[in-house]
Design a protein around this ligand. Structure first.
Ligand code: GUN
Length: 280
């Protein structure tokens, strides 16, 4: 029987701590707003954006919502970002991804001032993370580190296998685990003998984006399993990249979907916003 890592509870704890910090910051005259930009009306994005606004309200940070139509020209989005970059009150800028096909995501990410890059996606933020300098960390990987630490799971010296190499999760996740002194292997769609490599993992972090792909044959007895995937199945129920009911009896600890990694992303976004307000 595995310990179920309760991301909802841990993220709530973090938000309570941040709420206190925000109150203390306000008493010192430090305040700021998070600008949240959504282009188009993708239903999943709308849910994430709403949750981000609610989290801001909870911790006491003002949020400014920009809901732009799907056909917004790239130039217009870039000039909104330029305006927000020079707006003193705005301490964080978040452009919800994915963007419509006619907009170059890299160009948009690079337009955000690194001092307001609370998503941690700007190349300067990524570079700072790689060499261990101060900067905003990407929210989902940073949230997973918090999940592990706050669940009392030792990272240093452990074999960690990351499945997936996206810029948002897989790559930064591997780097953050390395920073915590794990021995890290990154695997991906071309990896041979994926199950064999995954079975070496003391900590298995799955971010491959394939519903219920990882079964018992991928997991060593007693491993910690972190499931970053989130999908809707045919019955409209949420599921992850891991076959939970099959893996849970083997693992020593596991995150559920929903209620595992998901809520941590937003808690860490709030953490980055508080850090940005602190830095003025
Ligand atoms: N789309 C999926 N995850 C994220 C995220 O963490 N930040 C942004 N901006 N968009 C996303």
């Amino acid at each position: 029987m595995a310990m179920i890592i309760d991301g909802k509870k841990i993220s709530q704890q973090i938000k309570e701590e941040l709420k206190e910090k925000v109150t203390a910051q306000k008493a010192e005259g430090k305040e700021g707003a998070l600008a949240v930009i959504q282009v188009g009306a993708d239903p999943a994005s709308s849910v994430y954006v709403r949750n981000k606004k609610n989290a801001c309200a909870f911790v006491g940070i003002e949020s400014l919502a920009y809901e732009l139509p799907e056909e917004t020209p790239e130039e217009e989005l870039l000039s909104l970002i330029a305006e927000l970059n020079s707006n003193e009150k705005v301490k964080g800028i978040l452009v919800q991804l994915p963007l419509p096909g006619h907009i170059n995501e890299d160009k948009v990410i690079q337009a955000i001032s690194p001092s307001k890059d609370v998503d941690g996606f700007h190349p300067q933020s990524v570079g700072a993370m790689v060499i261990g300098e101060k900067g905003f960390l990407p929210c989902t990987p940073a949230g997973i580190i918090q999940l592990l630490k706050r669940s009392g799971i030792e990272i240093a010296g452990k074999n960690c296998v990351v499945v997936g190499r996206s810029n948002i999760v897989g790559k930064p996740m591997a780097l953050l685990m390395l920073r915590e002194h794990a021995t890290v292997t990154i695997t991906h769609s071309r990896t041979q003998n994926l199950a064999g490599i995954c079975r070496q993992a003391d900590i298995l972090i799955v971010a491959m984006g394939k519903p219920r792909f990882i079964g018992a044959e991928y997991v060593k007895e007693g491993a910690v399993v972190i499931d970053v995937g989130i999908h809707r199945n045919a019955e409209n129920k949420l599921c992850g990249d891991v076959k939970f009911e099959e893996v849970e009896p083997i693992a020593s600890a596991i995150t559920p979907v929903p209620g595992g990694v998901g809520p941590m992303t937003i808690a860490m976004l709030m953490d980055n916003c508080v850090q940005s307000i602190e830095e003025g």
